[in-house]
Design a protein around this ligand. Structure first.
Ligand SMILES: NC(=O)c1ccc[n+]([C@@H]2O[C@H](COP(=O)([O-])OP(=O)(O)OC[C@H]3O[C@@H](n4cnc5c(N)ncnc54)[C@H](O)[C@@H]3O)[C@@H](O)[C@H]2O)c1
Length: 452
């Protein structure tokens, strides 16, 4: 502040005060004059006062005026600055609102894109590999087991043309449910999913007469050094899943379903259809009500028949039937392992696509598609095909009536589950799965490579 500023303000105030006094005196004088005439002494006195006032006027008042105008200029500048600030704040608020709108518009669309992960139009077109399908048998999706009478070997699937994908969106905190989570597959599957960093919440659901209460499985898994929260949900035989699974299923992104009876020696997967389709139906109906956007991965056998039945059920409800995914990953896992055993290659470097379905001859490993498997002599392929196709039955027989594949199935189920979540989180993944499909005309449901 310039040094004269304080003085000038004071001077201005004094001048103001004195001018006011002078004005009062003048007014009084005028009144005196009008009332009683003018006395010489008074006139003299007034002159003296008037003269005493004179020296205050010119310089001080000019300085005071300039100081006042400086203050006004600063005040005006301040006002304009705060005006600008208000405008910026308003702009900022507008931008925040706009950003919110953009988020609201983009995220659902993005989520929708992600939900299409396993849709056949993203799948590699493997149709050319399948030429031996029996037409009349294919009419009914429930007869999918019969659609192919011999395994396909040595033909190359056409390359997939895939849409551009959005960039990865960091880690998910997905909600996952394992239905039948206390069973032979369910427990190790729950363990493996709880270990996936993309899983934020895991629900373990089973019946009240299960081998272990689901609450116990949850308590056990909650001691893992993981951020995941595990909750157990139980249902009695009398209760209906659709009435009691609201808390368990609401918000789920992925529902893995190993709930159902396993095979016994001498049984085919089809022998399980009546009971297991009923179990799958009650789970799928509850999913339709509480988490219609979730991917439902059906492990329960017979996959070839349960998946079409449940997908048709979803379609009838006006929901997306492609959310229903049959888990055939174990066939690929086995094919990789058996090729590794034959070639001596590390299994982690082997990826044999297994297409078709998930029972007997519908399990079709395409060995030509893996660079290590492709080196196997053609004469060895029929036996290798059979080894993969019969592997499930081999485990059933080895367990001697005490169940079917559980640990390798949990591994395979978790592989598929993690792939789905990784895809949802924006990391491209490829797995074979049995889904409603148009890759092979006449095969409404088909296992093929799904990639994002
Ligand atoms: N897709 C595959 O490759 C593959 C491989 C192996 C087994 N499986 C199938 O997986 C299923 C499960 O096999 P598992 O060995 O774990 O059997 P399991 O009997 O050990 O476990 C099944 C669990 O499901 C529960 N359950 C039964 N009905 C239920 C219902 N209505 N709601 C919720 N939970 C219910 C049971 O209480 C049990 O805990 C079988 O159908 C089996 O054939 C599929």
């Amino acid at each position: 502040m310039p040094p004269h500023f304080r003085f000038s303000s004071q001077a201005a105030a004094d001048a103001q005060r004195l001018n006011e006094e002078l004005a009062n005196l003048k007014a009084e004088l005028a009144e005196e004059r009008s009332l009683c005439g003018t006395s010489k002494a008074e006139v003299h006195e007034l002159r003296v006062t008037w003269t005493a006032l004179e020296p205050l006027e010119p310089s001080d008042l000019i300085q005071a005026a300039s100081a006042t105008s400086e203050v006004s200029r600063l005040q005006a500048e301040l006002a304009s600055q705060s005006n600008k600030l208000e405008q910026l704040q308003a702009q900022l608020e507008k931008q925040a609102v706009k950003a919110q709108e953009v988020r609201a518009q983009t995220l659902p669309a993005y989520a929708d894109t992600l939900a299409q992960d396993l849709q056949p139009h993203w799948c590699a077109t493997l149709a050319k590999d399948v030429q031996a399908c029996g037409d009349s048998e294919l009419a009914s999706p429930l007869k999918a087991d019969a659609f192919c009478s011999r395994p396909i070997v040595g033909r190359r699937p056409a390359a997939a043309s895939l849409p551009a994908l959005p960039k990865a969106i960091s880690r998910l905190r997905a909600e996952v449910c394992v239905c039948g989570g206390s069973g032979g597959i369910g427990q190790p599957l729950s363990l493996l999913m709880a270990m996936d960093d993309n899983v934020g919440e895991l629900s373990v659901y089973d019946l009240d007469f299960a081998m272990v209460p689901p609450g116990g499985v949850a308590a056990d898994l909650n001691h893992l050094e993981k951020k995941v929260q595990v909750k157990g949900y139980v249902k009695s035989k009398e209760e209906k899943a659709i009435d009691v699974l609201g808390d368990c299923l609401k918000g789920c992104n992925l529902v893995l379903v190993p709930a159902g009876l396993p095979r016994k020696p001498g049984q085919t997967r089809d022998d399980l259809f009546k009971i297991n389709a009923g179990i799958a139906k009650e789970v799928v109906e509850a999913c339709a009500k509480y988490c219609p956007d979730a991917v439902i991965a059906l492990i329960v056998n017979p996959v070839n028949s349960v998946v079409p039945a449940m997908a048709e059920l979803y379609k009838k409800k006006g929901l997306d039937p492609k959310k229903i995914v049959g888990v055939t990953t174990l066939d690929g896992v086995r094919a990789n392992k058996f090729v590794a055993e034959l070639t001596g290659e590390d299994p982690k470097n082997i990826e044999v696509p297994v297409i078709g379905g998930h029972a007997g001859v519908t399990i079709m490993p395409v060995f030509s598609q893996d660079k290590h498997a492709a080196k196997i002599a053609q004469s060895e392929i029929p036996a290798l095909d059979k080894h993969v196709q019969d592997a499930g039955t081999d485990v059933v027989n080895a367990k001697n009536g005490k169940g079917s594949a559980t640990l390798s199935m949990a591994y395979a189920g978790a592989r598929l589950g993690k792939a789905v979540l990784a895809g949802m989180a924006g990391t491209p993944t490829t797995e074979c799965a049995y889904v409603m499909s148009d890759v092979e005309p006449g095969c409404p449901y088909f296992t093929s490579k799904a990639r994002r």
